[in-house]
Write a protein that binds this ligand. Structure first.
Ligand code: PHE
Ligand code: ZN
Length: 898
């Protein structure tokens, strides 16, 4: 048992429920102050487990009555549960339980359960929010058929929605009306949803391959309809894609998306009634950036794909969360790649995903919150909606696809649905289906070992050494793997690591890959690209008929979530940057060249001074006649401060920041004319479209403009800041407008202030744009400690509130997570600010507070004086007696990492 009151929940303690709930009839009388819920359930005792009393979850509810088969029964409250002892050992077969309770939606600041936002009612039930609506067996392996009646004032809440199909609606007395919904699919309570609000919808009918018609709807507040086109297009594309790629059709007559302004996460896949953070729905060219458009496409896809992976087949228990999340992230990544089209645009998406993984999951896996993709224990499940469960989980699925092939993976998915449709299952069930559908694959014989990816935490490290033997014309690659201890796991067993690779000759040609004793394949030539499977701690792979000493290109496409130490020299990396046929490794070579220079400067405590070969290589990329703009942009952005810091044993964030800023300035100066040329060449004319080519050009133009402004300011020249200001004023879309604003802010131009003021005036009625306005100021480059002071003063801006999660994140999380130089101050003021905000947020919204608390995960890696000041701040939070379980779990774990 841990400190505090909340017990540790363990995976090994799983037992099936003592009762099943087969159907639920819910009736809501919606009122912000006091909503009445009548909950009539059909239950059955689970005869497979020993007879026990019925224990129902319930949280922040007032209970008014309990009837079993129409008769009142005695009950008690125990350990936060409603217990009915008389049901112990009821005869097998169905009985009814009717519960009446009330709750107070307008007082629900946790945004879990039933709450109000912008004058409407919304629910959020994952993971354990349904117990804040009514008493229930609130666990994902209890699946029931829901019928829901909503009653509310018609004028205030003209739209009444729940899961499934609308079966009845009509008028009631006193200006009220009702709607009755029925969802034919049995579902766990976490997928329940209701909405009652004054909304309007964009609608679209689609026909699926079977010839059935389906109604798609995107509901938003009045006035936002002009920002729903992209979400609707993304939804249509998702429906088409899932049917084409995985033969998974839309199984509902009606599929609804509802946008809400107050939401803790990105979006929620409630059956047939997805509820979204407005950030992932609303977009028009004037208010949303290219990144926002891409985010909407991927989140709309993600939630839609959950309809099969998550809803049709769900999780047996919350330890299996990655069963739905890892798989669905993998699916949304594949969707976005397929939507991107060209090989280069696909690679850009892959690079973005890997950057995200390295930025959030790698640090998580190396810190106090490290946990397996399928965790073994938790205190608060909300803390385990993590980069590991989502993004590393997706990489695990991706590796399976690499081991069984794309078609084999599709076959595995088909078998998975044949076996488990309509059930609540485990990660083992999924992996077994993929392997069983591919008995002759690389996966099947090693499935047990492969599943260590689910059970062992930590990022494995692969070391590679190559040796060329000229007389025998052989090249031998030694691959070794290891994985550092993580909390509770001292020793790790070897993983199954798919290592996509190629060999490159000195002239840049890809060499044929013939392993020792390997016969000529039927195609008549050896491949130029292949996947080695590393499964021992140490393995040799010998290639024959190799004409010259090659440069190995390993871990192509980032084929496994590992770190790679291959000992390549600058010359090798320059060759890969120029010639690798794998775009991921080409990008990676550039990043590694930059990283080596940053690390040398930081470790040596010396000023960074870029060398000619590096600058020439970057210039060659920038000037390249055929490379895409978005790829150039990615190569020319140096590794992030967080990624650089993760490579260091002891981190001085200020030094990391200075080194990276020096690199940016020197690139700005050394490539001045090339930036100007790239800027001119990357102009997009005509109407706005978020296609990959235009997105790439706008991205490169924005980067170039930032560089040109930085260089101008350093020279005391005002031409480029002037042009940036002009572009800011004239911009036809938010991507260019924000890009120009960021260029001014980033260069400390005196035009930044007037631009910010103008930006506010233009968009003061657009909450999502005002979030950007706060963020831009919170992530402004540090100068003399002014950013923190600015953020503090912005907290009293009339538009600021901690109650809205997007707004809170836009200022507080933006500073603490995305502005290391402003946050990690030698005077500890950033940490004090952090602790104050965590403590302030915790009573109202513990989930949000716990996310912010995780900023300090890596405190023990900091160099002094940061380290001791950070520990003090974490200790101060931990010392508060009535902390939520959410925050307590995070800070307790952090402090154990000394
Ligand atoms: N299940 C949601 C998703 O991944 C995320 C979520 C979790 C939303 C918990 C709200 C609460 O799409
Ligand atoms: Zn999800």
């Amino acid at each position: 048992m841990r400190e505090g009151t909340a017990p540790l929940i363990r995976r090994e303690d799983y037992t099936a429920p003592a009762f099943w709930i087969r159907s639920v009839d819910l009736c809501f009388d919606l009122d912000p102050a006091k909503t009445l819920v009548i909950n009539r359930m059909q239950l059955e005792r689970n005869v497979d487990v020993p007879a026990q009393p019925l224990k129902l979850h319930g949280e922040d509810l007032s209970l008014t009555r309990v009837l079993v088969n129409g008769e009142s029964v005695s009950f008690r409250h125990d350990d936060g549960m409603l217990v009915i002892d008389s049901l112990q050992g009821v005869p097998p077969g169905p009985f009814t339980l009717e519960i009446r309770n009330t709750c107070a939606p307008e007082k629900n600041t946790h945004l879990s359960g039933l709450y109000t936002s912008g004058g409407g009612f919304f629910t959020q039930c994952e993971a354990e929010g349904f117990r804040r609506v009514t008493y229930f067996l609130d666990r994902p392996d209890v699946m029931a058929v829901y019928t829901v009646t909503l009653r509310a004032n018609k004028q205030a809440y003209p739209v009444l929605l729940s899961n499934g199909n609308l079966v009845e609606q009509g008028e009631l007395d006193n200006g009220r009306h009702f709607a009755k919904w029925h969802d034919p699919f049995p579902k766990p309570s976490y997928l329940f949803a209701l909405v009652a609000a004054d909304l309007v919808a964009r609608e679209q009918w689609v026909t699926t391959r079977s010839g059935k018609n389906h109604l798609l709807q995107v509901y938003v507040r009045r006035g936002d309809l002009d920002k729903t086109e992209h979400a609707m297009n993304s939804l249509i594309a998702s429906v088409v894609w899932d049917e084409a790629r995985f033969k998974l059709p839309l199984d509902l007559e009606r599929f609804m998306i509802v946008a809400v302004g107050d939401f803790n996460m990105g979006a929620m896949e409630n059956k047939g009634l997805n509820i979204f953070n407005t950030k992932y729905v609303l977009a028009n060219p004037a208010t949303a950036t290219d990144a926002d458009y891409l985010g909407i496409e991927s989140v709309v896809g993600h939630e839609y794909f959950h309809n099969w992976t998550g809803n049709r087949i769900t999780c047996r228990d919350w330890f299996q969360l990655s069963l739905k999340e890892g798989l669905t992230v993998f699916r949304d990544q594949e969707f976005s790649m397929d939507m991107a089209g060209s090989a280069s645009a696909r690679a850009v998406k892959r690079i973005d995903d890997v950057r995200t993984l390295r930025l959030s999951q790698f640090p998580e896996d190396a810190g106090p919150m490290a946990h397996p993709v399928r965790p073994d224990s938790y205190v608060e499940i909300n803390n385990f909606y993590t980069a590991t469960v989502y993004d590393k989980g997706a990489e695990v699925v991706r590796m399976m696809q690499a081991l069984v092939g794309r078609d084999g993976f599709a076959r595995g998915m088909t078998l998975y649905f044949e076996r488990h449709d309509g059930r609540a299952v485990t990660c083992d069930d999924f992996a077994q289906a993929i392997a069983d559908a591919n008995p002759h694959s690389e996966l099947a014989p090693r499935l047990g070992q492969f599943k260590r990816w689910y059970s062992q935490a930590g990022t494995p490290k692969v070391s590679a050494r190559g040796r060329y033997d000229a007389p025998t014309r052989t090249y031998t690659l030694l691959l070794e793997q290891s994985c550092a201890p993580t909390p509770g796991q001292a020793d790790k067993q070897p993983y199954v690591i798919p290592m996509a690779m190629g060999l490159i000759g000195r002239d840049g040609r890809s060499l044929p890959l013939q392993l020792e004793d390997e016969p000529m394949p039927p195609s008549g030539s050896f491949p130029l690209d292949r996947v080695l499977v590393l499964s021992e701690a140490r393995e040799f792979f010998t290639f024959v008929n190799v004409d010259e000493e090659p440069v190995p290109s390993l871990l192509r496409g980032f084929s496994a979530p590992v770190t790679l130490a291959d000992g390549l020299t600058d010359a090798d990396l320059l060759l890969l940057l120029q010639h690798d046929t794998d775009p991921f490794n080409r990008w990676e070579a550039g990043q590694r060249l930059a990283l080596a220079r940053l690390l040398a400067a930081v470790r040596g405590g010396v000023e960074l001074a870029l060398d000619a070969p590096f600058i020439d290589a970057m210039r060659a990329v920038l000037r390249h006649p055929t490379l895409d703009a978005s790829f150039k942009e990615l190569v020319l952005i140096p590794p992030s401060e967080i990624y650089v810091s993760e490579q260091l044993e002891s981190v001085d964030p200020q030094r990391v920041h200075s080194a990276r800023e020096a690199m940016r300035l020197q690139l700005a100066q050394a490539l001045r004319d090339d930036w100007a040329a790239a800027f001119e060449a990357s102009q997009v004319h005509g109407g706005y479209s978020p296609d990959p080519v235009s997105v790439g050009k706008r991205g490169l133009a924005n980067l170039a403009l930032g560089m040109l402004c930085m260089d101008s300011m350093a020279r005391g020249d005002t031409v480029w800041p002037g042009r940036a200001y002009q572009r800011f004023k004239d911009a036809g879309n938010m991507t260019e407008r924000q890009g120009a604003l960021l260029a001014l802010v980033g260069a400390h131009s005196e035009l930044a202030e007037p631009a910010l003021a103008r930006f506010y005036e233009l968009f003061k009625n657009e909450p999502l744009v005002i979030d950007k306005w706060f963020s831009i100021q919170a992530t402004a480059p540090e100068s003399n400690g002014r950013v923190l002071a600015k953020v503090k003063s912005l907290m009293s801006h009339p538009d600021f509130t901690l109650k809205n999660p997007n707004r809170a994140r836009s200022l507080i999380a933006a500073l603490c997570m995305n502005n290391p130089a402003a946050f990690h101050r030698a005077d500890a003021a950033g940490y004090v600010f952090w602790a104050d905000r965590v403590l302030e947020l915790d009573p109202t919204n513990p989930q949000l507070a716990a996310r912010l608390a995780r900023v300090m995960d890596r405190w023990s890696r900091l160099a002094d004086p940061y380290r001791s000041a950070a520990r003090e701040a974490v200790s101060r939070v931990a010392a508060k007696p009535d902390l939520s379980n959410d925050v307590r779990e995070i800070v307790t774990r952090a402090l154990s990492d000394a």
